[in-house]
Design a protein around this ligand. Structure first.
Ligand SMILES: Cc1cc2nc3c(=O)[nH]c(=O)nc-3n(C[C@H](O)[C@H](O)[C@H](O)COP(=O)(O)OP(=O)(O)OC[C@H]3O[C@@H](n4cnc5c(N)ncnc54)[C@H](O)[C@@H]3O)c2cc1C
Length: 387
């Protein structure tokens, strides 16, 4: 297993549960895991970053061998993974679950140095803290600009949850300030729910669609300016969420295609490009499934069951997968979207009629209940994966 995030750690754990005699090694470069879900609450000052951090100690106790190093190469022919210290690990089956990397070459002016002034905060940790500090330091009356990418990217509702919670912070602590979302899309997840809530709660939040000139084409970090085809926006705080791709090791393993993401068999998550290598989580092209921690966890369990069957010479069952994405619009205002998925025509497709979203006209008591569901879901999944 390469990568100990929601996908990789879930898969390692599921493999040991399904087949305790399998030797499972989890290669993870970080000493601990910092979770993205609810990290928008950290940015808004509602949570502590420490509430996002998890260790791998329990996983080790469940019989998973830990290799706390970066995987630097994969040789699919020899069936071996190379680690940063030169160690080679042989495998019968490899699961690649490394999450995403930022496409540093996708937006002129935006690179790793620029991210220190215009944070992406799309990998939780130091970037999350940086964006929080910038918001704290901003004077009342300032302008916050969020740039949201085109599809596909990690966590489709994430930029809009972030905008909502930053707007909540501004409304309660810096009410003269404004927030603009510059979007490279004309439509986004849970759009009507978000926009209805914004109209009611956050008059200082403006969303600029692709058609209205929202796509950021370059940034000028020195001038704190985001450039679109329609004009320039000078920000006091700029949160650039850039285009993304599967993390680098996927490309090195030969499982990423020209899109930068990894095509997979929808029943087993085996790579369409390399036999005996599976890809789960954000790095995979999972058809209609969004790139979420919920999806990553569901895919990991399906993949683990398939790997166990394949190693025993059997044929994997046809899976059904579920995803639920909660978003917080305010601390006591939650909304959600649910979908059920299955393999069809070589892809993962949504089961017809399975999508459900929160009602547009739900009372505030329902929104408050959904906010508690969001928090409960986080506790449940992190306990299941890392507990
Ligand atoms: C702001 C924000 C809010 C979000 N909110 C939600 C939410 O409410 N609900 C939800 O379901 N999802 C949410 N998500 C999405 C969720 O975080 C991702 O979909 C999920 O983390 C994907 O899991 P993964 O295992 O594929 O990747 P990750 O969780 O990123 O894990 C990948 C792991 O692989 C490791 N790794 C990478 N390369 C190597 C290598 N070469 N060697 C060793 N280790 C390596 C990394 O260190 C990392 O630990 C949110 C995301 C963001 C950014």
């Amino acid at each position: 297993m390469i990568g100990g995030g929601f996908a990789g750690a879930s898969c390692a754990r599921a493999l040991k549960r399904l087949a305790p005699r399998l030797a499972v090694t989890l290669v993870e470069q970080s000493a601990s895991f910092t979770a993205c879900p609810l990290s928008n609450g950290v940015i808004a000052g509602l949570r502590d970053l420490r509430d996002q951090e998890f260790t791998y100690d329990k996983l080790a106790g469940r019989g998973v061998e830990l290799a706390r190093l970066t995987a630097t190469g994969v040789d699919p022919q020899a069936r071996a993974v190379t680690l940063a210290d030169g160690t080679r690990l042989a495998y019968d089956r490899l699961v690649v679950a490394p999450g995403i990397d930022i496409r540093w070459d996708a937006m002129p002016g935006y690179g790793e140095a620029a991210a220190e002034k215009m944070p992406h905060a799309w990998k939780a940790g130091a970037q999350t803290t940086l964006l929080r500090r910038q918001l704290e330091a901003m004077e009342d009356g300032g302008l916050v600009v969020i740039s949201a990418p085109a599809n596909p990217f990690r966590c489709p509702p994430g930029p809009y949850e972030r905008a909502s919670l930053i707007a909540y912070y501004l409304k309660t602590k810096k009410p003269k300030s404004k927030l603009i979302i510059l979007d490279a899309k004309d439509a986004f997840s849970k759009q009507r729910l978000f926009q209805n809530a914004w109209k009611a709660l956050y008059p200082n939040l403006e969303w600029v669609s692709l058609s209205s000139g929202g796509k950021v084409t370059s940034v000028d970090v020195a001038a704190m300016t985001l450039v679109t085809d329609f004009g320039r926006h000078k920000a006091d705080v700029a949160n650039v969420i850039p285009p993304q791709k599967a993390a680098r090791i996927a490309e090195m393993a030969g499982v990423a295609d020209r899109t930068g993401w990894c095509p997979i068999d929808p029943a087993t998550f085996e790579s369409k490009l390399q036999p005996n290598v599976h890809v789960v989580g954000d790095a995979s092209i999972a058809g209609a499934m969004p790139k979420s921690a919920f999806s990553a966890n569901a895919q990991a369990k399906v993949c683990a069951a398939a790997v166990v069957k394949l190693l025993a010479g059997g044929s994997p069952d046809e899976p059904k997968l579920i995803n639920t994405c909660y978003s917080l619009v305010a601390p006591d205002y939650g909304i959600s979207i649910v979908g059920v998925y299955r393999p069809a025509d070589g892809q993962i497709k949504e089961v017809e009629g399975s999508t459900g979203v929160s009602a547009l006209d739900a009372p505030s008591s329902t929104r408050a209940l959904e906010a508690t569901f969001a928090n409960d879901w986080f506790k449940t999944i992190t306990n299941e994966v890392f507990g």
